[in-house]
Design a protein around this ligand. Structure first.
Ligand code: SAM
Length: 225
């Protein structure tokens, strides 16, 4: 089945959030970074502005800025309504309240949209759907990131995750995945199985993060070759 925009809920985080979620040090940021499933996050734009080297991959990059803007406007109210019904499941310290959340997400996505066409021309936003093979040689990137995609959507299954992460680990020396819980912030069998698989091949570490928004989403998975 082809990737349909009306099945996607574009919702993007910003550079400060990526830095905390992925425990990115100043040294890490100087490396060649790939973001898988970056969607409408402003991480790439804000990192590029500071002189860093980030390439983002996502199936939504097949759509135009206008198509993405329209879809963001469509889902904004729905997502905020769902958040309003579930506020007790979130930690309101860094993000203060629902208005603060909406402002942060909308401003991240606006920054993304202003940068999108330029970034596509500069090959910083690349249309790609995991687990398809990437057009890069082994170890081309130093660090590969996945925020709020891998391990969260458990319905994608074990085989999908192993194929996707194996391809990420082919082109990246190290990958970091946040969070490692499912959509309801519960521990999953999938995460346990994926960790077991990669522990037999690579160096696997689970790190506590300073970032926690959905209660319980405060761990980062790091896999190094
Ligand atoms: C919840 S969003 C997270 C966006 C961003 N990483 C962030 O944290 O702000 C999940 C993203 O995963 C992307 N996605 C869905 N299927 C994918 C696939 N097979 N390969 C790569 N990305 C995918 C979606 O298009 C969407 O942009």
């Amino acid at each position: 089945m082809s990737f349909q925009l009306n099945n996607v809920v574009p919702w993007g985080r910003n550079f400060a959030e990526y830095k905390l979620m992925f425990d990115l040090s100043d040294e890490d940021l100087k490396k060649k970074i790939a973001g898988f499933g970056d969607g409408p996050a402003s991480f790439n734009y804000e990192a590029t502005k500071q002189g860093y080297n980030v390439t983002s991959f996502d199936p939504i990059y097949q759509f135009s800025a206008d198509e993405l803007r329209n879809r963001i406007d469509e889902v904004r109210t729905i997502v905020m309504e769902q958040m309003r019904e579930n506020t007790e499941n979130y930690v309101w310290t860094n993000i203060k309240n629902l208005d603060d959340l909406e402002n942060r997400r909308m401003s991240a996505m606006r920054l993304f949209l202003t940068d999108y066409e330029k970034g596509k021309a500069e090959k910083r936003y690349i249309y790609h759907e995991l687990p398809e093979k990437l057009p890069y040689e082994n170890n081309y990137f130093d660090i590969g990131l996945s925020s709020h995609f891998l391990l969260m959507y458990t319905m994608l299954g074990f085989d999908f995750h192993i194929s996707a992460m194996t391809e990420m680990l082919r082109v990246c020396k190290e990958i970091r995945i946040f969070p490692i819980v499912d959509l309801d912030a519960n521990k999953s069998e999938l995460t346990a199985d994926v960790i077991k698989h990669f522990t037999e091949i690579y160096n696997v570490e689970i790190k506590q993060t300073k970032y926690e928004f959905q209660k319980g989403d405060n761990k980062l998975l790091v896999i190094r070759k």
